[in-house]
Design a protein around this ligand. Sequence first.
Ligand code: 5RP
Length: 252
Amino acid sequence: MLPDSGSSPPMPTEQDRLKRAAAARALDYVTDGMKLGLGTGSTAEAFIDLLGPRVRGGLKLLCVPTSERTTTYARKLGLSLGNLDDLAPLDLTVDGADEADRELTLIKGAGGALLREKIVARASKRMVVIADESKLVARLGKFTLPVEVLEFGHKTTARHLSEAFTSLGYSNIPITLRQREGAIFKSDSGNVIYDCAMGAITSAAKLAAAISAIPGAVEHGLFIGIATTLLIAHPGEVEVIAGEPAAGQARA
Ligand code: 5RP
């Protein structure tokens, strides 16, 4: 975490320690000269914290942040930042997740950065996901699924989301327009987000396809065939769950 100007930082929780352990393990995947995507959220920031001293010590990296929040954070730590279009394909993206299963399918987006996170990860040869063990699930869906929606007609799009969920057998799904500090939350791209309490997701691929078919649904938080490695921190060990991107999504 960046140093605070006044009061001393709160004591790290066990979950904070696990996030840091996963972040530290991700350093094994970083090599000199890399073009590196930087994720968003507290676990991604734990990773950025560890990069700072290495970069000051001479490690050369060109980084592409996935959000304005990460841009500010990484800049304060002295990382060199670049533009995705100038640098793609990236060698690696390191990011957190809200949920992950052992097939390396993820739910992301609690931090509201899912759209840029997905664009950057998809433009990377590898995506290493770092998380504490609470994020590893047998079946996705306990965590709400964020869907980024164009502001124009967003209530209509939300109705279409509800209809799509019903047609797939997910009935009466609570769909909540995300708020922050009493106002409608806007993503870095100016869109709104609906958090969909799906419950157990039976087929992430079918659900993803149905959402993507709705005009106005800009992107959803299901990452399928994008992550290549999960680093899951348990007390005393970091579990490495490795996989390959799905066919057709293999990245050179
Ligand atoms: C942001 C994300 C984050 O990676 C996800 O919410 C995990 O955050 P944290 O590391 O703080 O638990 O998807 O959009």
